[in-house]
Write a protein that binds this ligand. Structure first.
Ligand SMILES: [Mg+2]
Ligand SMILES: [Zn+2]
Length: 193
């Protein structure tokens, strides 16, 4: 019985500024409204689960331990700003053309595949149909739809980027579109009352 509900959140362009290749803690810039959004998620009894493709690992720029430290740094920065703890981070380190051989696989966890959401659902008892996926690329929307979540696209600029490999020919249509995470969370939570 999966009774938890979650907001699945893309990292780059949704929680933090998208700097293309984030490999150092000094590059972390939490976006405006994120702390309030996380507070609202927590107050309404939802989990907050970050779902992120990290090609920096596939490319060998940093390893999984270093990425874990970056995420610890981000967690700490959020908590110091008054946000509740992020419930979990789920990372896909793979890429079909990875420089690092052991990550060079056609995996089922790289968005637009829904593998990370499904793993989080199994490990954390999350009801996917009662949950949301919020991202700023159509690959986020596709992953959320395939997992059975309600989807929202943040119009950060990246949402106009061409779909990444693995997308079906037909681009997915998000259930909602918002300017930023704060607007997304407040509007979606209002709809749940
Ligand atoms: Mg993004
Ligand atoms: Zn993967």
């Amino acid at each position: 019985m999966k009774s938890e509900r979650a907001f699945f959140l893309d990292r780059d362009g949704v929680l933090v500024e998208d700097v293309d290749l984030l490999t150092d803690a000094s590059q972390i810039r939490v976006l405006p409204g994120v702390v309030e959004a996380l507070q609202a998620i927590h107050e309404h009894g939802y989990l907050s689960v970050v779902i992120t493709n990290q090609t920096v690992i596939a490319r060998g720029l940093i390893d999984e331990t270093e990425l874990g430290r970056l995420h610890d740094h981000l967690r700490e920065q959020l908590v110091q700003s008054g946000a509740p703890h992020v419930s979990a981070f789920y990372v896909c380190p793979h890429h079909p053309h990875a420089d690092v051989a052991r990550y060079r696989v056609e995996c089922t966890c790289r968005k637009p595949s829904p593998g990370l959401l499904e793993r989080a659902s199994d490990e954390m008892g999350i009801d996917l149909a009662m949950s949301f996926m919020i991202g700023d690329r159509l690959s986020d929307v596709a992953a959320g739809q395939r997992a059975g979540c309600t989807t929202a696209l943040i119009e950060s600029g990246a949402h106009r980027a061409p779909p990444i490999v693995g997308m079906s020919s037909e681009p997915p249509t998000p259930d909602h579109r918002f300017a930023d995470l704060r607007e997304a969370v407040h509007t979606l939570l209002r709809g749940q009352r």
